[in-house]
Design a protein around this ligand. Structure first.
Ligand SMILES: NC(=O)c1ccc[n+]([C@@H]2O[C@H](COP(=O)([O-])OP(=O)(O)OC[C@H]3O[C@@H](n4cnc5c(N)ncnc54)[C@H](O)[C@@H]3O)[C@@H](O)[C@H]2O)c1
Length: 427
């Protein structure tokens, strides 16, 4: 099939290259010139395991366009994969979605053929039918489900294993309100053997939020248990290993520590909390999930103060800036919260990250102006005795921590075994 992907970011690019691998022809469209130029030279504009190789191997089977209308005109399906950020109140910014939808609508206007539009961006329940559909109909002068198809198909991939996750997902959830669109999407994914669930559009939008909220809840639960275990002198990782062996619970994400950040869980939990409130329901669990997570950074800094009661003028090392290892993404990274607290208390911070420094500098200019960045992690260890571990990069298992005070939010075994003073956040 011929497919357009509008928004060639983490989700759009992995989805598009995944579809190319499945035998489809793909045209990427993006408003960011750097993204377009990177794809033109078969390079992902961000770090993603395996993506560059796949782009190189499949050169010629995908194109990149600046003009969305041309892309729609030469394809059968258009995926919308633009970013849908949310602010502190959980309100989702739908401006990119609106712009993409109205351009697609304008392209549909002149199109003789049937075309299917699929919303893959994470959007609050009701958005595809109550927002995207209206824009498409108004700008095209055509009727959804009659003149063109409309579906929702959320993405569950994880950054760092995006291509693998896209090609072998736990499930594909197709949100379609008409038979024709459902068949088109089933046909598109016929070569992926994962279970497929077909639901209506609004149910599908909700499945995405409920899934992310559950993942966040599992981690916050592990952290709350971890905080009590720490007080009782019990190793919470052993406890959670025992808990996770119950097949009704499962071991995944049951690791206590600094908690969750990144481009999805924080914003999606905030949006779901807002949805509860807007609908007169109290989000009792989710507010606690969010609060537990926010407090882990604060607890880590408190733990540090066991060793350095006054941080003013002290040099503190921070290992790791990205929200997890294997990515260069620093969106809502907990390392930022830690660094901010350290700076507020007058500490001098020297930070290292193997991939995230550039993005950290552009996303957080406020703290980046003040802190020092180390080229290699050894420099952090050379320059200070007191170090916080914020991201569990594998290379941090290779360092020499002897003589150091380590406060660890992620459990780096080498540090635990060899540091002069070692303090785990939840163990
Ligand atoms: N990143 C993840 O791990 C992940 C996983 C699952 C779902 N999601 C969801 O997928 C969606 C996309 O997320 P992402 O992480 O890929 O975002 P991203 O910021 O990496 O990429 C979005 C891309 O869309 C482009 N864009 C914005 N407006 C556009 C327009 N009008 N026309 C063309 N291009 C436009 C941007 O330039 C950018 O390259 C979001 O709704 C997100 O919640 C993300």
């Amino acid at each position: 099939m011929k497919i357009s992907i509008v928004g060639a970011g983490h989700v759009g690019l992995a989805t598009g290259i995944g579809l190319v691998i499945l035998g489809h022809e793909v045209i990427f469209v993006d408003i960011n010139d750097n993204v377009v130029k990177a794809i033109e030279s078969a390079k992902p504009p961000f770090h993603e395991e395996g993506l560059e190789d796949a782009m190189e191997r499949h050169r010629g089977k995908y194109l990149v366009e600046r003009n969305l209308q041309n892309a729609v005109a030469s394809s059968e399906i258009t995926f919308i994969t633009v970013d849908t950020p949310s602010d502190d109140s959980g309100s989702v910014d739908l401006r990119n979605l609106a712009e993409a939808s109205s351009q697609i609508g304008r392209a549909l206007k002149n199109l003789e053929r049937y075309h299917t539009i699929v919303v893959k961006s994470t959007v609050p329940p009701g958005t595809t039918e109550g927002f995207v559909k209206i824009i498409l109909e108004n700008t095209s002068g055509k009727k959804a489900f009659i003149d063109f198809g409309l579906a929702m198909n959320p993405e569950f991939l994880r950054e760092g294993s995006a291509l693998r996750d896209f090609l072998s997902p736990d499930r594909i959830v197709i949100g379609a309100n008409d038979e024709r669109t459902r068949e088109i999407l089933e046909q598109l994914y016929r070569n992926i053997s994962s279970p497929k669930l077909v639901v209506d559009i609004e149910t599908d939008e909700m499945i995405k939020y409920a899934s992310n909220a559950f993942l966040a809840m599992k981690i916050s639960f592990a952290n709350e248990i971890g905080n009590l275990c720490k007080k009782l002198g019990i190793d919470s990782w052993k406890v959670l290993e025992g808990v996770g062996l119950d097949h009704r619970i499962g071991p995944y994400l049951l690791k206590s520590g600094l908690g969750w950040g990144g481009p999805c869980l924080p914003k999606d939990v905030r949006t779901l909390i807002r949805q509860f409130k807007q609908n007169g329901e109290e989000p009792l669990i989710l507010e606690a999930v969010y609060k537990v997570n926010k407090e882990q950074a604060y607890k880590l800094v408190q733990l540090l103060k066991k060793y350095v009661s006054n941080l003013k003028g002290r040099k503190i090392g921070v290992l790791g800036l990205t929200y997890k290892p294997g990515v260069d993404d620093v969106k809502e990274s907990i390392a930022y919260d830690i660094i901010k607290k350290l700076i507020d208390e007058g500490a001098h911070v020297i930070a290292h990250d193997p991939l995230g420094v550039q993005k950290f500098k552009s996303m957080y200019p406020d703290v980046s102006k003040i802190i020092e960045f180390a080229e290699v992690p050894e420099d952090v260890l050379k320059k200070t005795e007191i170090i916080v571990i914020a991201t569990e990069w594998p290379q941090y298992e290779e360092l020499d921590y002897s003589g150091k005070i380590i406060v660890d939010g992620r459990r780096v075994k080498k540090a635990e075994k060899t540091a002069a003073h070692y303090e785990g956040l939840c163990w």
